[in-house]
Design a protein around this ligand. Sequence first.
Ligand code: GSH
Length: 201
Amino acid sequence: MILFHSPISQHSRRVVSLLEEVGISYESNVVDMMNGEYLTAPFLAVNPNHQVPTLIDGDVKIHESNAILRYLCHKYDLSQWYPDDLAARACVEQWLDWTQCRFSPSVVDIVLNKVFLQEKGDAKAIKRGLEQLIELTEILEQHLKDRDYLAGSAPTIADLALASNVFHLGLAQAQPNTQNISNWFDRISKLKGFQASLPKM
Ligand SMILES: N[C@@H](CCC(=O)N[C@@H](CS)C(=O)NCC(=O)O)C(=O)O
């Protein structure tokens, strides 16, 4: 199994977090994002969307980080990370989609423009992202009021997906610092898989 990924990619880090946490062996292929390797012909043959992460497992080739997380859970029977129970599974799905559809656009607006594009960054996008983050932080803070993790008392792939984004906001000094979110992020940060996914800085 080969994972094409990058430590500076929040979408990659969630997959590395699960692989490392559970102890699944894989070949790590780090794509040089800063020098445009994701736009080269060899990588486009791996993923024509020019995006990491991408997983190759024999004849199976998958892009989209959350799809990769689900694939790994099915393949390795990781029901503690992706519960079988219908209601619990629905909750995990909800927060995976919330992370992708609601949270991620703000993270990209803020971090891509402020940290990676720097002077070429779009100031309006940063402002839009920061404004949107106020509402999202409040929603998340309320949800975590009476539970340790997004879907209850144990971490799931939804937590890994969201935590990769929350860490990313930290690169732009925009990480939410409300009580419940901070406590939750501290819990996820203690996972060895999450630690192993972080960029060396
Ligand atoms: N929806 C995709 C997003 C992946 C993504 O945006 N990857 C970024 C790095 S975090 C990337 O490869 N960007 C290069 C590009 O889009 O050209 C996923 O969840 O995997």
